[in-house]
Design a protein around this ligand. Structure first.
Ligand code: 26V
Length: 854
């Protein structure tokens, strides 16, 4: 915490004009009717729900537009340092309700609509989720946009306007099927502003020749231009009249280049060209298991980077004469390696377009860029074949080559003769360009996303880089926005909290700690329990309507919602459910609390085993849900098409949060924080941010199990784990593993062979068998705790009380102060000083909770 550099928000942004100053119910009601008329030419009686939603969104946008214009005027005057957050993913979800909440007009709106006989919730459901991301990384980017706007920082997102978001998942006969997510059904997105006048040309292919005229110049010729057209999505600050933007680029054909006959394009081919060019931003993360898919992904990455940087530098130069001021006025953040071509592109712009020399350009580049790593999984660390880069981006490749030459030379000076080390750090090695290495070399700061993750980066994956430039590395633990994940998505809990401690927590989330003393107040705990019950009823209704399954709202709602991946161990959860099922089959009278296990998540289309995991969960669900012998004590559900909106429904209704990744593999996790903030208790490994959650809430209020990261990494390094030993010595495990292939499930006996083989033939890479016994024991403790409802609710409340530290506002203030060194005062996310913080957060000492790996 950098308390000495922080000020209260109102001290530095009081000048943003307030609009709407006070919108009354009748004004809003009348404006809504007018909006419906102008937009659709319809009266209330004739308009459909979708049309009413659009009218309300349009009306909301018109309010936002005024604030946007005012914000931009003010920014031109103040010229604050600007942050640009480059990310290939932004998982925004729906925006209408959040926008109403942030504008402070949700309640007025509810009243105005109800006067017209309309329920706000029914309109909110009409909005398509903007699913421009895969999972945690994309949602994190969206949470940070919200925090930046709420805290008044001039921070913008830069991403791609995919025509189709992450696929829509349908489950048929237990299998995942992927359908296009046609979120832009009407061609446009209600929130966006198309800005064709600010389009940018991005060059692909061609050749580069040099021209020496005293100074060497690089001439790029015969390239193909793709036009990047920006669409700005407004990001509304919380009750501060401030609006930032998320700029999404869309690929369009360069009409000047492709008129008939030009560049050899036949008239009748123009339409195909148009399609080929514009397909660049068609889909998110195209399948990259074959060459065509890979090259498309690389093209997308360069398109994002080039359009964003050209536009950033163009705007910068319109306001500033001196290029050397760039790092003082602009911070550009590389979110994971996908935008790491930013290093080379910024060099290209500074050298080729702005005529700077190499050394000066390099100094400006490194001082402007910073990079966050989000995974240690080797398969996710991006590398591009040299020949692909060279062909697609010849000038960029030349620059990367030069960066590599200079970097390796520098390394040679520090480690003369140490070829192995230099090879392991080179940007180009073995005919591949290592994107993480490029990002590290070209950034002034590199951060991991949870303390243990940063430690693992420093000790293993990035060890040599850390030894070489230790000062570059730092940790910034992830955070989430309390405005979406508590205030908006769990209004009953938010109201209960506000009744108890006031509404300060919305802006200063560590104020939630004031709830802690109420963990001894039985009446309050009963209120807390009824809020949970209310949310469970809402989810149960959805499950009944959507899946036709009736769940017991007094059962433990145990949720495991995230991407389906071997390291996240959905299969360990399955094994535990199978174990409970066997116990109940053996003894149907067994006195255990009833449980509802909820799964949700998408498997990458080309990821065979993850897709089989979905089939396994559904097959188990069929078996258990239809077995009357166990008296409804267990239910298993796989909720189709998990997305942000589903998370907003599931998380407030959950009692238990499954965070059971193999220790060391989950960089941070952010679902864990959302569940905690909504009072769910975590069952989890000491991995990612779970460790910091345990520190915050205290070991008594979380169920921890399994190998530590150190133990897992030692096995990876030295071997010595044999799953057969466990299989042969624990009958519970043998029974379950055998049942994957022995006809226990009514499917082909090879259906789950890959799971069986992964556990026994291929060494159980993710330690499911090893962690099984302690997982079962932790579940037993959890069930015991649930049986004492007073104790359970107290634990739940303490989770909420200590979740404030996981606010994205805290994360953001760390990025702003430590990485981007903003020139404006960094607003406080917390009103207390570190000493006070340690006092109000017993169990968490911000200065001393370090995760150290030996
Ligand atoms: C990407 C891929 C792509 C190809 C196939 C395999 C694979 C496996 C993992 C990934 C992860 C990409 C990076 C990512 O999404 N990381 C997540 O970032 C979150 C925000 O920091 C963090 O909470 C999650 O722990 C981390 O997995």
């Amino acid at each position: 915490m950098h308390t000495n550099t922080m000020y209260r928000f109102d001290n530095f942004a009081p000048h943003y004009t307030s609009y709407p100053k006070s919108l009354t119910v009748s004004e809003l009601r009348d404006a809504f009717i007018v909006a419906l008329q102008s937009l659709h030419g319809k009266t209330l009686n004739c308009a459909s729900k979708q049309e009413k939603f659009e009218a309300l969104a349009w009306l909301t946008k018109s309010i936002i537009s005024k604030n946007l214009i005012e914000t931009q005027k003010q920014r031109t005057k103040d010229d604050p340092k600007q942050v640009y957050y480059l990310s290939i993913e932004f998982l925004l979800g729906r925006l209408l309700e959040n926008n109403l909440v942030n504008l402070g007009i949700r309640e007025v709106c509810v009243k105005a609509l109800s006067e017209l006989g309309i329920e706000l919730d029914s309109l909110l459901d009409q909005e398509e989720d903007a699913g421009l991301g895969n999972g945690g990384l994309g949602r994190l980017a969206a949470c940070y946009l919200d925090s930046m706007a709420a805290m008044g920082l001039a921070g913008h997102g830069c991403g791609l306007r995919y025509r189709y978001g992450l696929f829509e998942q349908k489950i048929k006969n237990g299998y995942q099927y992927e359908y296009p997510d046609n979120w832009l059904k009407n061609q446009t997105y209600v929130w966006e502003y198309r800005r064709p006048a600010e389009k940018i040309a991005v060059r692909f292919g061609g050749t580069v020749r040099t021209q020496t005229n005293g100074k060497i110049r690089f001439i790029h010729e015969n390239y193909e231009n793709v036009m990047a057209v920006p669409y700005d999505v407004p990001i509304v600050g919380y009750k501060n009249q401030l609006v930032n933007t998320l700029r999404l680029w869309s690929a369009e054909v360069d009409v000047d280049q492709y008129t008939c006959g030009a560049h050899g394009v036949e008239c009748n081919s123009v339409i195909y060209y148009k399609h080929a060019i514009e397909s660049l931003t068609d889909i998110l993360y195209p399948d990259d298991s074959h060459y065509e898919g890979k090259i498309l992904r690389l093209k997308q990455q360069y398109f994002l980077v080039s359009a964003s940087l050209q536009s950033i530098i163009r705007n910068f130069r319109m306001q500033h004469d001196v290029l050397q001021e760039l790092p003082d006025k602009i911070a550009i953040h590389i979110n994971d390696t996908h935008p790491s071509l930013a290093v080379a592109e910024l060099m290209r712009i500074l050298i080729d377009d702005c005529c700077l020399g190499w050394d000066e350009a390099w100094s400006l580049t490194v001082r402007t860029l910073s990079y966050t790593n989000h995974t240690v999984l080797p398969e996710a660390l991006e590398k591009w074949p040299v020949n692909m880069l060279e062909q697609l981006l010849p000038r960029i490749y030349m620059i990367i080559h030069e960066i590599n030459e200079r970097y390796c030379r520098e390394l040679w000076n520090s480690y003369p003769g140490d070829w192995d080390r230099i090879h392991s750090m080179a940007i180009i090695a073995d005919d591949q360009v290592h994107m993480a290495h490029l990002a590290i070399a070209g950034s002034h700061t590199v951060n991991g996303v949870a303390e243990i993750h940063t430690e693992i980066l420093k000790k293993t994956v990035m060890h040599n880089f850390y030894t070489y430039t230790p000062d570059k590395f730092t940790n910034v633990t992830n955070g989430i926005t309390q405005r979406r994940w508590l205030l908006t998505s769990n209004p009953k809990l938010a109201a209960l909290i506000t009744d108890a401690i006031g509404s300060n927590w919305i802006e200063y989330p560590c104020d939630l700690a004031k709830l802690a003393p109420l963990s001894k107040d039985t009446a309050f705990l009963e209120d807390l329990a009824s809020v949970k019950l209310h949310n469970k009823l809402k989810l149960a209704k959805y499950i009944k309507e959507k899946h036709g399954i009736i769940v017991d709202v007094h059962s433990i709602f145990d949720s495991h919602i995230k991407r389906i991946h071997a390291y996240k161990r959905q299969c360990l959860n399955v094994m535990h459910i199978m174990h409970l099922y066997h116990c109940l089959r053996e003894n149907p009278q067994l006195d255990i609390p009833p449980r509802t296990f909820i799964f949700g998540g998408k498997a990458a289309p080309g990821y065979y085993k993850a897709k089989k995991t979905i089939k396994l969960i559904n097959t188990l669900a069929d078996k258990i849900n239809n077995d009357s012998a166990i008296h409804n004590k267990l239910k298993v559900l796989f909720l189709e098409n998990y997305n942000v909106s589903h998370a907003e429904l599931i998380i407030p209704a959950s009692d238990v949060s499954e965070q059971i990744s193999t220790a060391s593999r989950e960089a941070s996790g952010t679902g864990n924080m959302k569940f905690m903030m909504n009072g769910a208790l975590t069952i989890g490994t000491l991995d990612g941010a779970n460790i910091e959650i345990r520190n915050a809430v205290g070991a008594d209020n979380i169920f921890v199990f399994g190998l530590s990261a150190e133990e897992v990494l030692a096995y990876y390094r030295r071997g010595g784990y044999n799953p057969w030993d466990i299989y042969n010595s624990d009958l519970r495990i043998k029974t379950i593993v055998d049942q994957l292939v022995n006809g226990f499930f009514p499917v082909d006996s090879d259906e789950f062979r890959s799971h069986y083989d992964a556990l026994l033939r291929y060494g159980d890479e993710y330690f499911l068998l090893k962690d099984f016994a302690s997982y079962v024991a932790a579940h037993q403790q959890l069930a015991d705790a649930y049986c004492n409802q007073n104790r359970w609710q107290a634990m739940s409340l303490l989770n909420i009380a200590h979740s404030g530290w996981f606010s994205g506002d805290r994360t953001f203030s760390e990025y702003a102060a430590e990485i981007w060194t903003m020139d404006q005062p960094i607003p406080l996310w917390c009103q207390c000083l570190p000493e006070d913080y340690a006092r109000v957060n017993p169990g968490r000492d911000v200065n001393h909770d370090q995760v150290i790996l030996s």
